[in-house]
Design a protein around this ligand. Structure first.
Ligand code: FAD
Length: 392
């Protein structure tokens, strides 16, 4: 580890590794640090991604694809099932990843592009010069190192401290975070579809999921909205869900974690600093999916870093291009999702059942989510009035 780099990236998740790779490919001198000793482990994810969104960044590889899924099934509180499959739906659900391998492969690609990768290295603070961010303090093997950089990238996930240290408000209020718990369940055949169970019956303000993981196993989890959880513990809900639907299942792994569901936050750059991925709260507020948004944002951040170096300007004005780019792309989708989520949160289980029944006789099998919502709005204008301008 040197004492100076062009760019220091904190966190080797998908956001950090793609940023590091992009910067290194652009000729920048890059350090990527990760506090854990093994990149990608422990996993804090259900590992579901859309095919199209993923292959923009990396070609599918059997080393890190645990299962290919044919589509998704949405289950209303009364058990009514809506099946979405075929090419269109594959945009929404395509693979269950093996993130322990996937994250490592992304970091290796950054390394092969020229980035230096340091594991077991934790950022503990920021360096400043004339008020602007000018590097980090990092703990490695018990020693604190000062590492200077033109720019620091905070890709340190949902618990991000980099933003806060840099003066950016990334606070998550209880209604802006889903508390999730997930078991990797073996000894049952989940089929070839990802399943989403909606309604208070399963989870207040969230949903339960079953994502096939291959080899007679699946990621089975539940997310509960912080503001709606009260005394309810996500793990109790999940245990009940499994007793009811997968009594023969055997738990072989437990995952706990939070998912930011804020929608686009106000600020993600400051002088000498950018936030990407979960650190920038860029996950989808409706589904909680954040892997491919993190990768998209990482790519945009890397490209803007390269331009900033060409200009010799890492000020907030120069870095704002990143913020404009992500807001006009993934940010737009996040805003739509937030509106859908906020409306769904107001619906009772009865009303969710009503929505599901309104699709009786409609062939939704080849529809993607946007089209499905358009049909639902047409059939249920009173319930979904607030969404009428979103999906036309
Ligand atoms: C239970 C659960 C299920 C989910 N399911 C899905 C899903 O099915 N599909 C989907 O798309 N998304 C899902 N997500 C969200 C997804 O996991 C995240 O959006 C995604 O990992 C974000 O990537 P990232 O690179 O921004 O952050 P992360 O993947 O969280 O990476 C951040 C990295 O920074 C490191 N780090 C943190 N602090 C420091 C520090 N001070 N110094 C050095 N390193 C540091 C961490 O160790 C970590 O490796 C799920 C999340 C949870 C919790």
């Amino acid at each position: 580890m040197k004492s100076r780099y062009d760019v220091v990236v904190v966190g080797a998740g998908p956001a950090g590794s793609i940023t590091a790779q992009t910067c290194a490919e652009g000729g920048m001198d890059v350090l990527l640090i990760e506090k854990r000793q093994e990149i990608g482990d422990p996993v804090r994810c259900a590992e579901g991604v859309g095919k199209d969104a993923l292959i923009k960044h990396i070609q599918p590889d059997t080393r890190w694809i645990a299962a290919e899924v044919k589509g998704s099934r949405i289950i209303a509180p009364d058990g009514t099932r809506i099946l979405m499959s075929g090419d269109a739906a594959m945009k929404d659900v395509g693979y269950t990843l093996e993130r322990k391998v996937f994250d490592r492969v992304l970091a290796q690609r950054a390394a092969m592009a020229g980035a230096e990768v340091m594991v077991k290295t934790r950022a503990t603070g920021l360096l400043r010069n004339n008020g602007r961010v000018a590097g980090i303090k990092a703990m490695y093997m018990g020693d604190v190192h000062e590492i200077k950089a033109d720019i620091v990238i905070g890709a340190d996930g949902v618990e991000s401290k980099i933003g806060r240290w840099g003066g950016i408000d990334t606070t998550l209020k209880p209604h802006e975070i889903e508390a999730c718990v997930q078991f990797l369940i073996s000894n049952f055949d989940p089929g070839e579809y990802s399943e989403f169970y909606l309604g208070e019956k399963y989870s207040p303000g969230g949903y339960a999921w079953i994502f096939p993981k291959g080899g007679r196993s699946a990621n089975v989890g539940i997310g509960v909205l912080g503001s709606k959880s009260g005394n309810i513990r996500a793990i109790s809900l999940l245990s009940k869900f499994i007793e009811t639907y997968i009594p023969q299942g055997r738990i072989v792994e437990i995952v706990v974690g939070g998912v930011p569901v804020t929608g686009p936050i106000k600020q993600t750059v400051t002088d000498g600093l950018m936030l990407v991925g979960d650190a920038a709260r860029q996950s989808d507020p409706l589904t909680g999916g954040g892997i491919t948004n993190a990768m998209d944002a990482g790519k945009m951040a890397g490209e803007v870093c390269i331009k900033a170096r060409e200009k010799g300007d890492f000020s907030v004005r120069s870095l704002k291009e990143y913020e404009d780019k992500w807001r006009s792309t993934i940010g737009k989708e996040m805003s739509k999702s937030l509106q859908v989520k906020n409306l769904l949160l107001k619906l009772t289980d009865e009303q969710l059942n009503q929505l599901a029944h309104s699709l009786d006789g409609v062939d939704v099998s080849k529809m993607e989510l946007g089209k499905l919502l358009t049909v639902l709005i047409k059939k249920n204008p009173r319930l979904l009035w607030g969404l009428r301008t979103l999906f036309k």
